[in-house]
Design a protein around this ligand. Structure first.
Ligand SMILES: *Cc1c(COP(=O)(O)O)cnc(C)c1O
Length: 407
């Protein structure tokens, strides 16, 4: 194919591995919570690149940080350290329970590091029989073979040959199930404080407190996967901060780079000590450009004003969803926290979340689903009142159309 030929959605089918099924339109430009496609059609963005663009598109502070770093130093590998990585690590440590940081490029890699660390730590301190990892049904932890096996949807890890062993799954928010399974053989429990991909399902405080107590009783590490919930998404810098517990290991990605690939695993010094020289690594991990951008993201996000905006936008979306539902009766409930919200389809619209998403795109609104029954909202944390209003107007038009066509 000639490179000057027009790029269209059909090009995707010609040149890309068929593991994704992207929308018909191709976005070409974004500014704040607005996006334009190849035809110049404008959209409000409630998808945020799947909870990634926490400051919207092309935020001036991130653009200038990236441009400045791009003319200074792009990459040195971990054979050398670099200033942006150390600055970001200090920021994360200052802002959280953590004492040590490991950088990676994606959520899956941060989780891979967390799981390998938990296994190593248990092995060193208690012996190799302590290898069991417990996670939850419908949990999502990434697509490497270890993380997808720890994830709670067997369909995502089936058919790739022998799976990593000693991984077991229990129901989310079911403390009795964990109590029945956990033992001194358990090396770690990995959970999302709110399941994102699994359907926007928050954990209860009692559950998290119970999980923490059971981990302590059996010397198992508690790993919080905050890849989706972290960096302000739920109205706190990390979701654990609004819960009664502190994890032993926490992973962050998605919003951490605001659209630039970067991830981090945070933990305490006594646990991190098991990652001795040579035990783990990543060529791009701690890349100066990624870390410079993430530092700028944290500076912008970790403020009372930004957290107040998250709460205000959440209230506005919930109110409009209630109004829409009064008129059209499509949702059974709205759940989630901050700007990670899920509108759950009622009985009449079971399995139809994607129809609403498709109708929304036609009305100029980018949305997400979380499974077949949940319409998911993950807009930028700095979305304005008028952008929310415009997006909800588009959603209402989309809901009206779907309802009409299913009469
Ligand atoms: C998206 C996600 C991941 C995987 O992150 P990638 O960057 O796609 O590897 C892991 N855990 C949770 C909770 C996620 O939402």
């Amino acid at each position: 194919m000639n490179q000057t030929e027009q790029i269209t959605r059909q090009t995707f089918d010609q040149v890309m591995a068929p593991n994704y099924a992207p929308a018909a339109m191709i976005p070409v430009r974004g500014e704040g919570s607005r996006v334009w496609d190849q035809e110049g059609k404008e959209y409000i963005d409630f998808a945020g690149g799947i909870a990634v663009n926490c400051l919207g598109h092309c935020h001036p502070a991130l653009v200038s940080t990236l441009q400045e770093q791009a003319s200074k130093l792009w990459h040195v590998s971990n054979v050398y350290t670099n200033e942006p990585a150390l600055t970001l690590a200090k920021q994360l440590i200052d802002a959280t329970f953590a004492e040590k940081v490991f950088f990676a490029n994606s959520g899956a890699e941060a989780n891979e590091a967390a799981l390998k660390l938990a296994r190593r730590y248990a092995n060193e301190h208690y012996g190799e029989q302590k290898d069991q990892i417990i996670a939850c049904h419908h949990g999502f932890h990434g697509r490497t073979f270890f993380t997808v096996s720890v994830g709670g949807q067997a369909a995502y890890s089936d058919g790739f040959g022998p799976k990593p062993g000693a991984i077991e799954h229990i129901a989310y928010n079911d403390l009795a199930a964990l109590e029945a399974l956990i033992s001194d053989r358990t090396c770690a429990v990995m959970i999302e404080p709110m399941q994102g991909e699994g359907g926007v399902i928050p954990a209860t405080d009692e559950y998290l407190a119970g999980v923490r107590a059971l981990c302590d009783k059996h010397n198992a590490l508690l790993i919080f996967d905050e890849v989706q919930t972290g960096v302000g998404r739920t109205g706190a810098l990390f979701a654990y901060m609004n819960s009664p517990v502190v994890p032993d290991i926490l992973t962050s990605a998605k919003s951490l780079g605001g659209g630039f690939p970067v991830a981090a695993m945070l933990t305490r010094s006594d646990i991190a000590a098991s990652l001795k020289v040579g035990t783990h690594g990543s060529t791009y991990g701690g890349n100066p450009m990624a870390c410079a951008v993430a530092s700028a993201v944290l500076n912008e996000v970790n403020t009372p004003e930004m957290m107040a905006n998250v709460s205000a936008a959440e209230a506005q979306i919930r109110q409009r969803l209630a109004d829409i539902n009064d008129k059209y009766q499509v949702f059974a409930e709205v759940r989630g926290k901050g700007l990670l919200l899920g509108a759950v389809m009622n009985d009449k619209y079971q399995g139809k979340a994607r129809d609403f998403l498709t109708a929304a795109v036609a009305e100029g609104l980018m949305m997400l689903v979380a499974g077949p029954n949940v319409l998911r909202f993950a807009p930028a944390l700095n979305i304005t009142e008028s952008e929310v209003a415009e997006g909800m107007d588009a959603l209402e038009r989309a809901v009206a159309k779907v309802c009409q066509s299913s009469e």
